[in-house]
Design a protein around this ligand. Structure first.
Ligand code: CP3
Length: 337
């Protein structure tokens, strides 16, 4: 049993387990070095050997309780046939969907290797990862993937919202297709050796209130139930900035012992659902600052979740300019050293 598996058994500890979202990434010098070998980020993700190395880099440096497999949420649109490139200073850019009929009707993925390489990375990582560490697989939730697939520009979501209004049928069909592909990708990651999975709805807060049910809650419920039907692994749902949806999601999931929820920074001290594993909440900016401020906020978070099953994490991914010494400080604070 890993520490995080124990948390899902509702075993509560003064020193909860800890891992960080985006813990494999640009704040690590060894990551930046490895990254230079791959002009294309997607090629990096598809190279199981390099992806295994990147997955293990933060584990070799810090005493985290979990590794998260090195990949990206955008491997799914890429595998479905929408070429993804990462443009410096601009972030991810996806080729627009040209032929909707082919895109939606494809019974098989245009490029299954992009997802299969992740299953290989999981198998390779499992060989080396110490038994007491958990291994997370992950995927993006339909709404967050659709923002990229339909042309999100920075924090401007007008394109996707207009698309939904003008093409409601296509919007729904795309959502249904994504529910299938995402569920299958999570199940395959668990079958390959992931102990648990996280579903990222990173941009859930951008969904208009009237659509929260149809665009955030329902697709997540369907995915969690599909994964639970076929595997024994826990799922952590992260609908950042829409944590008030958690009670509605929880109410529609039967297997409560296999469900957890992650908190964004603004929700760090709240308990939007009772009786479930909660995770996260520390503001990534506080980790950049370190020192007394970090110590104080960590204590506040630990106190807010004392006596309940909780996994320490950030409220969003670690920032590239985070000092390594502050990550070390955080791990020690949480471990009580
Ligand atoms: O360590 C880990 O957490 C595992 C790997 C991981 C990555 N992306 C690697 C990555 C995970 C879990 C993700 C999830 C992801 N990807 C999300 C959801 C979580 C979140 O942070 O909200 C989202 C929205 C994406 C999409 C994405 N991929 C963005 C917005 C970017 C940044 C683009 C940029 O240039 O700043 C990426 C690229 C990416 N994914 C990097 C890493 C380490 C950096 C790319 C690089 O090294 O050049």
């Amino acid at each position: 049993m890993t520490k995080i598996q124990n948390t899902f058994k509702k075993m509560v500890s003064h020193h909860p387990p800890i891992w960080l979202m985006r813990q494999a990434g640009r704040y690590l010098p060894e990551y930046r070095k490895l990254r230079q070998e791959f002009p294309s980020f997607m090629e990096f993700c598809r190279n199981s050997q390099a992806a295994t190395t990147a997955t293990l880099q933060p584990i070799n440096r810090f005493d985290f309780d979990a590794a998260i497999i090195f990949s990206d949420i955008l491997t799914i649109p890429h595998a479905m046939g929408q070429t993804v490139s990462f443009v410096p200073q601009q972030g991810p850019v996806l080729e627009p969907i040209q032929d909707w009929n082919t895109f939606l009707s494809a019974a098989v993925l245009a490029d299954p290797q992009t997802l299969e390489s992740t299953y290989q990375t999981i198998k390779l990582t499992r060989h080396t990862l110490p038994q007491e560490k958990s291994l997370f697989g992950f995927a993006g939730a339909p709404w967050t993937l659709m923002t990229y697939m339909l042309g999100k520009k920075g924090s401007d979501y007008s394109k996707i919202i207009t698309f939904a209004a003008e093409h409601p049928k296509l919007f729904k069909q795309l959502q249904c297709r994504l529910i299938e592909v995402i569920s299958s990708h999570l199940i395959e990651q668990i079958n390959a050796g992931a102990d648990m999975v996280q579903l990222f709805d990173s941009w859930a807060a951008a969904v208009p209130q009237a659509q929260q049910q149809a665009w955030v809650v329902e697709p997540i419920v369907q995915i969690v139930n599909k994964v639970h039907q076929q595997t024994a692994a826990p799922i952590i749902v992260f609908a950042k900035g829409a944590e008030y949806c958690y009670p509605q999601i929880a109410a529609q999931i039967e297997q409560t012992t296999k469900l957890g929820f992650s908190l964004g920074s603004a929700a760090a001290l709240t308990q939007p659902v009772k009786g479930y594993v909660l995770q996260g909440g520390l503001n990534p900016e506080t980790l950049v600052q370190g020192g007394e401020r970090l110590a104080t906020e960590v204590q506040q978070i630990l106190q807010a979740h004392a006596g309940t099953p909780y996994i320490f994490n950030l409220g969003h991914g670690i920032l590239p300019h985070t000092p390594l010494a502050h990550v070390e400080q955080l791990v020690n604070l949480v471990a009580g050293h």
